[in-house]
Unconditional design. Structure first.
Length: 354
């Protein structure tokens, strides 16, 4: 009998040791320790003719582990032959199976989310890293050389997808206050950047508005739909107001949401046999799917042999549940390029400027 009880307690101990780690593993699936796909000290280029400096999330990161090809900032840089310094951040939580992007300010995340994204640099950290690298690269330059370098630089600030995503299903008043703070943080960081700029050089910025995340294939929270849409509208309205009031230099405010909705609407009108005077409904890009992702990701896919990719990625608006497809990135860059003549020519009087 003693041997039986001893064996029982031993098996119980083993079971406990097995169950507890397993329970921790499963309950922590939502908050894994994610590691940026690009790491190491950032270095700014010593020389260049034109330069694009990118701060942002996974939609702008050109060093992801996804075979989607060029992101829109790559395409944009190729259109006016520039050197790109990209500090946008993506990470791949192993248990989620899909990449996530940076936010404006990690301190706005809930405690568990904040711990999981501690190694994914937010806008403040990205800017601080770039300023330090730029300081190292410009040591010893004359004032004239500094002005030449600064006049040849354009900045991209592109956040919002994961900021809005982190607020889904939150109390609206709480989410609203967080949106207000995040927009204020964007402007505060632009002020810091302007403080490092020569007074005789023009600080040029491309600022993108947030997309309506309810259009993304990964959005499934029907209960919080109205509040999510309201948050996107609030984000974009506040960002527009702040950009117009900012006096640090010309800002090209790109309506990312309007552009994405037009791509979806174009295909829907085409499918319905309707063509509008503005050109929507022609489906000139040959989209075959603007709702579902080209590939599937997530825990279920990870347990299989791998991700299943669609046969024609260029005909899908979305690459996965959260990201644009390859052709969409090219079209996005083309749209931005058509509007930034004022930045390239150092003029504020350009359509689309805040």
């Amino acid at each position: 009998m003693v041997r039986l009880f001893t064996r029982f307690y031993a098996l119980s101990a083993v079971a406990a040791c097995t169950i507890l780690p397993t329970a921790w593993f499963l309950t922590s699936r939502r908050f894994p320790d994610i590691i940026p796909l690009a790491s190491g000290q950032f270095e700014a280029a010593a020389t260049f003719d034109q330069r694009l400096v990118v701060f942002g999330d996974a939609w702008s990161d050109n060093e992801t582990n996804e075979p989607v090809g060029k992101v829109w900032t790559d395409w944009l840089c190729s259109m006016f032959t520039c050197h790109q310094e990209n500090l946008a951040q993506t990470a791949n939580p192993l248990l989620r199976g899909k990449n996530v992007g940076a936010v404006v300010d990690n301190s706005e995340l809930e405690p568990l989310d904040r711990l999981s994204q501690i190694r994914l640099t937010d806008f403040k950290s990205q800017l601080a890293a770039w300023l330090a690298a730029e300081s190292r690269a410009t040591t010893g330059l004359t004032s004239e050389d500094m002005r030449t370098r600064q006049e040849a630089t354009i900045f991209v600030v592109s956040f919002g997808v994961w900021d809005i995503w982190s607020l889904i299903n939150k109390d609206y008043d709480t989410a609203k206050e967080s949106v207000e703070r995040r927009i204020a943080t964007i402007i505060a960081q632009l002020d810091i950047l302007a403080g490092h700029w020569d007074s005789e050089s023009e600080l040029k910025v491309i600022l993108t508005q947030a997309v309506d995340v309810t259009f993304l294939p990964g959005y499934e929270s029907a209960a919080g739909y109205k509040d999510t849409v309201k948050m996107v509208e609030l984000w974009n309205n506040r960002l527009r107001e702040a950009a117009k009031a900012w006096e640090g230099g010309p800002v090209y405010l790109f309506d990312m949401n309007g552009w994405m909705v037009d791509r979806i609407r174009d295909w829907q009108l085409y499918a319905a046999g309707i063509e509008e005077e503005n050109g929507l409904g022609k489906n000139e890009q040959g989209w075959t799917n603007v709702v579902e992702p080209c590939i599937e990701s997530g825990f279920r896919v990870m347990m299989s042999k791998g991700k299943k990719e669609c046969e024609e990625p260029d005909r899908y608006l979305f690459w996965d549940e959260m990201h644009l497809g390859p052709e969409a990135h090219r079209l996005l860059a083309t749209e931005v390029y058509s509007g930034i003549g004022g930045l390239l020519n150092a003029s504020r009087h350009t359509r689309g400027f805040a």
